[in-house]
Design a protein around this ligand. Structure first.
Ligand SMILES: Cc1cc2nc3c(=O)[nH]c(=O)nc-3n(C[C@H](O)[C@H](O)[C@H](O)COP(=O)(O)OP(=O)(O)OC[C@H]3O[C@@H](n4cnc5c(N)ncnc54)[C@H](O)[C@@H]3O)c2cc1C
Length: 327
C-alpha cells in the first residue's frame, strides 16, 4: 500500500517540477550527492579515499522535449570530462528516457552514441540503467546497437522479471548489474512476492558469477550479501570478476566494511536538481527511509514541513484516485 503511494508520488510531474525549484529537501540531501558537478566530484573523491569506486547518475525524469534530452546529454558529457580531469575512480550510469527514448528512438541512440564515444576515449564505462518494462526492449536494442561499436557499455537485469535468466544469458558477455527491480510491474511479467524476487536474485546472480563477464551485485540486503560472499569463496570466483554495489547514503557502514574486507565496492552516486522521483522510489522500497524525512522535518526548516504537508495532501488524492482506478 505505502509502496504504491510512493511509486504514485514518484510519477507526479507537478511535484517533480516543484521539487526542482527548491533544491534538496525532505531529507533527499542524505541520499543525493549534491546538485552540481563540483559537489558530486567532491563526494566521489571522499568515497574513493575510502577505497570505494563510484557510478554517477545525473538525475532526470519526465523528459519529453528534445531540448531537455540535449541538455541532459551535455551535462553527462561534462561529468565525463570532470571524471577524466579529476582522475577519480568513477563511471557513468544513465537512463535512456533522460536521453530521449520517449521522444524518438534514433534521437536517443545518437545522444547515447556521443556519450559512449566520449567515455570510450577516456576508458570510462557507461551503464544503461533499466527502467520499467515498457522501456526494457528498447533499452536492450540500444545496447545491442552500441555494443557493435563500443565495449564500454553494459546494463541492468532486474530479478523480479520472470524472464530475467533469459535476459542474462543473452547478455552474459557484458558487464551486468543485477538488482531486484524498483518499478511497479504486473504479475503477468514479474514476481510480486519478495521471497520469489529474492530467490530469483540469488539464482541469476550465481549463474552470472559462474558464466558471465563481470557481475555487479547491487543490493542492500545483508542476507543476500552474506550468501554471495560464501558463494564466491566456495567457487573460487576471483575478486576482479565481481563487485558489490549500493546506493549513496544507504548502509554506509556495510559499504565501508565490504571495501575494507577487500571486495570491489562501487557506490551509485546520484546528483542534480531532479532528485524527487529518485527519492520517492527509495521511499517506496523502504518506508523506514521516511526517518530521513522525519529528521529533516524536525530540523527546523519550515519550507520542508510545507513540502511534506503538500506531499501528504497529494498523497491522499493519488491514493483515492488509485483506489478508484482499481475498482
Ligand atoms: C547500485 C544500485 C543500482 C540500482 N539500479 C537499478 C536499476 O537500474 N533499475 C531498477 O529497477 N532498480 C535499480 N536499483 C534498485 C533495486 O532494484 C531495488 O529496488 C533496491 O535496491 C531495493 O532492494 P534491495 O535488494 O537493496 O533491498 P530490499 O529488498 O529493499 O531490502 C531487503 C532487506 O535488506 C535490509 N535493508 C535494505 N535496505 C536497508 C537499509 N537502507 N538499511 C538497513 N537495512 C536495509 C533489510 O533487512 C531489508 O528487509 C538499484 C539498486 C542499487 C543498490
Amino acid at each position: 500500500m505505502l509502496k504504491d503511494i510512493f511509486i504514485g508520488l514518484s510519477q507526479n510531474q507537478f511535484l517533480n517540477s516543484a521539487a526542482k525549484k527548491y533544491g534538496l529537501k525532505m531529507g533527499a540531501q542524505t541520499v543525493v550527492a549534491g546538485t552540481n558537478i563540483p559537489e558530486v566530484i567532491k563526494s566521489i573523491k571522499e568515497l574513493n579515499a575510502q577505497g570505494i569506486s563510484c557510478t554517477v547518475d545525473n538525475l532526470g525524469e519526465f523528459v519529453f522535449k528534445k531540448e531537455e534530452a540535449a541538455e541532459a546529454k551535455e551535462q553527462i558529457l561534462k561529468v565525463i570530462e570532470a571524471i577524466h580531469e579529476h582522475k577519480v575512480d568513477a563511471h557513468i550510469s544513465l537512463k535512456p528516457t533522460q536521453l530521449g527514448l520517449d521522444i524518438e528512438y534514433d534521437f536517443c541512440l545518437s545522444n547515447l552514441r556521443e556519450i559512449v564515444d566520449t567515455a570510450n576515449k577516456y576508458g570510462i564505462f557507461v551503464n544503461f540503467d533499466m527502467e520499467d518494462y515498457s522501456h526494457l526492449q528498447a533499452t536492450f536494442e540500444l545496447l545491442d546497437e552500441l555494443s557493435l561499436e563500443y565495449e564500454n557499455v553494459g546494463t541492468v537485469i532486474q530479478s523480479y522479471f520472470h524472464q530475467a535468466q533469459e535476459y542474462l544469458e543473452k547478455y552474459k558477455n557484458f558487464r551486468i548489474r543485477i538488482v531486484k527491480g524498483a518499478y511497479k510491474e504486473s504479475e503477468d511479467i514479474a514476481y510480486l512476492d519478495k521471497k520469489d524476487i529474492d530467490a530469483n536474485f540469488i539464482k541469476i546472480t550465481e549463474w552470472h558469477l559462474l558464466n558471465g563477464k563481470f557481475t555487479s551485485i547491487a543490493t542492500h540486503d545483508h542476507r543476500i550479501i552474506s550468501h554471495m560472499k560464501e558463494f564466491v569463496k566456495k567457487h573460487d570466483i576471483p575478486n576482479d570478476k565481481f563487485e558489490f554495489q549500493m546506493l549513496y547514503g544507504f548502509r554506509k557502514e556495510l559499504q565501508l566494511q565490504l571495501a575494507s574486507e577487500g571486495f570491489n565496492f562501487c557506490t551509485y552516486v546520484p546528483f542534480g536538481n531532479d532528485w524527487y522521483g529518485y527519492f520517492m522510489r527509495r521511499l517506496a522500497e523502504r518506508p523506514q527511509n521516511l526517518n530521513l524525512v522525519a529528521k529533516q522535518v524536525f530540523n527546523k526548516k519550515t519550507n520542508t514541513i510545507i513540502g511534506v504537508a503538500a506531499g501528504a495532501f497529494l498523497l491522499g488524492r493519488i491514493s483515492n484516485a488509485n483506489k478508484k482506478k482499481r475498482k
